[in-house]
Design a protein around this ligand. Structure first.
Ligand code: GRF
Length: 208
């Protein structure tokens, strides 16, 4: 049974998609061991509580240095014996000490088709603002492994979503979530939990 640690900062709709997929059997051989937020007021923590999942806050503000914060987060992940870290709208950069300890065991959902509209500065609504500004007709979402860079790790799954002429960043964000993120993230976890993913030369192969 794969023990998942979900890291969140905000509303937690992607966390909800994982919870629902476990409850309805779309994810097997996995359970959420811990939900960890950097933000005490994240609604994601409420969602965890409602489903009897342990939730906690580890905030950088409560530590004297960034280093101490990173050690506290790493300590919690190790204490909970987490096998897979899922970044589900987590707005804090994952430090090298955690990337090294969890090689190819951290996944992130990004709301664009990587390598477009990703990297430093592209988070939250800024991604969708960039998409509308450039005028691309298709965007989407990507689930990828996390490496030392920003949005540079091996790509696991991608799904395209149409951009409509009347879109605002908010309407586009919602469509990308509904049509891509909430589907892809549980699907990627299901593949990992059932040992269907191999990484070779920085590329993901899906087996079976
Ligand atoms: C999602 O758009 C995700 O792709 C991005 O942050 C947002 C989180 O939303 N990284 P939620 O907290 O899961 O509702």
């Amino acid at each position: 049974m794969l023990k998942i640690g979900v890291l969140v900062s905000g509303g937690g709709t992607n966390l909800q998609a994982i919870i629902d997929a476990i409850e309805n059997g779309n994810i097997t051989n996995a359970r959420i061991q811990a939900v960890i937020s950097n933000n005490r007021n994240a609604y994601a923590l409420e969602r965890a509580k409602k489903h009897g999942i342990s939730g906690s806050c580890i905030s950088p503000k409560e530590y004297a240095s960034r280093e101490e914060f990173h050690q506290a987060l790493l300590g919690k992940l190790q204490e909970e014996e987490i096998d897979l870290i899922v970044l589900a709208g987590y707005l804090v950069a994952i430090p090298p000490v955690i990337v090294d300890a969890f090689q190819n065991r951290i996944i992130n959902i990004h709301p664009s088709l990587i390598p477009s509209f990703c990297g430093t500065g592209y988070y939250g609504l800024k991604v969708h603002e960039g998409v509308l500004e450039r005028g691309v007709k298709v965007t989407g979402a990507t689930v990828h492994f996390v490496d030392a860079g920003t949005d540079t790790g091996p790509i696991i799954l991608q799904k395209a979503v149409e951009v409509l002429p009347e879109d605002t960043p908010e309407t586009l964000q919602r469509r990308v979530m509904e049509q891509a993120e909430w589907i892809l993230l549980p699907r990627a976890i299901q593949l990992i939990a059932n040992d269907k993913i191999k990484v070779e030369n920085n590329k993901v192969h899906i087996c079976g």
